[in-house]
Design a protein around this ligand. Structure first.
Ligand SMILES: O=C(O)CCC(=O)C(=O)O
Ligand SMILES: [Mn+2]
Length: 200
C-alpha cells in the first residue's frame, strides 16, 4: 500500500475505494441513529465547531467537566459497536496494536475546524491512532511534541487514512479548514473524520 510519511505521520492516500467509502458512510449513519451527533463544548464553555459522536466501548466527550472518555453517550445509551470494516482496516495498518476501544466520529460542516491539539486522554501512548477521512477535503496541520514551532500541512481527501504512531502519536495536529463541495460522497456535503483509539 502506498504510504507517504511526513514527520512520522503515516499517510495512506486513496486507501479506501469509493465503494468502501460509501459503505463506511452507511455504517456511520447507522451508528448515529443509536448515538446522535452532539455539539461538545470546551471546559470553558465554548461550543466546538465540529459535531461529534462515537462507537465502541468508550466515546470521547467534552463539556464543563473537562475532556474525557465515557462508557455511554450523553443520552445514556451505550455507544454502538465499531463497524467491522474499520476493525479490518486497523488490523491491516496496525497489526501489532491492541484492538481499538473508541471510534470517535467528527462531523465537519462548511466552516468547521479543529484547533491544534494532542490526543492525550488515552492511557497508553504506545498504541497508535488511526484516522479516516470521508467527504470534503481537509487541510491537516502537523506540528511537534510541544505547542508551537514549525508545522507542515497536507490536504486530506476522501478515502485517505492517517496513522499516528511513534513520535507522531504525541505530536500536535489540527484541521485548519475544509474545502466545501470538493467531494460528492456525502449527500449534504461536509466531512466525516473517524479516529480509532485504544483508550485504556
Ligand atoms: O479531523 C481530523 O482529521 C483530525 C481529528 C482529530 O485530530 C481528533 O479527533 O482528535
Ligand atoms: Mn486529534
Amino acid at each position: 500500500m502506498n504510504v507517504v510519511t511526513i514527520r512520522e505521520f503515516d499517510i495512506y492516500p486513496d486507501c479506501l475505494s469509493h465503494d468502501a467509502q460509501s459503505n463506511l458512510v452507511d455504517a456511520v449513519r447507522s451508528c448515529l441513529q443509536t448515538a446522535p451527533l452532539f455539539q461538545p463544548t470546551t471546559p470553558r464553555g465554548k461550543a466546538m465547531s465540529v459535531r461529534m459522536s462515537a462507537a465502541g466501548a468508550f466515546g470521547w466527550v467534552s463539556d464543563r467537566s473537562g475532556y474525557r472518555y465515557e462508557p455511554r453517550h450523553p443520552s445514556g445509551v451505550d455507544w454502538p459497536p465499531i463497524p467491522d470494516m474499520l476493525l479490518d482496516l486497523w488490523h491491516r495498518l496496525a497489526p501489532d496494536a491492541r484492538d481499538p476501544e473508541c471510534c470517535l466520529i467528527n462531523w465537519y460542516a462548511d466552516g468547521a475546524k479543529m484547533g491544534m491539539h494532542q490526543d492525550k486522554d488515552e492511557a497508553d501512548f504506545s498504541q497508535p491512532v488511526l484516522s479516516v477521512s470521508l467527504g470534503d477535503d481537509a487541510l491537516f496541520r502537523m506540528g511537534n511534541a510541544t505547542r508551537g514551532g514549525t508545522t507542515e500541512s497536507v490536504w486530506l481527501r476522501s478515502g485517505d487514512v492517517v496513522v499516528m504512531r511513534n513520535s507522531a502519536r504525541r505530536a500536535y495536529h489540527g484541521i485548519d479548514r475544509i474545502k466545501a463541495n470538493s467531494s460528492t460522497l456525502l449527500r449534504d456535503g461536509g466531512r466525516i473524520n473517524l479516529t480509532l483509539r485504544v483508550v485504556t
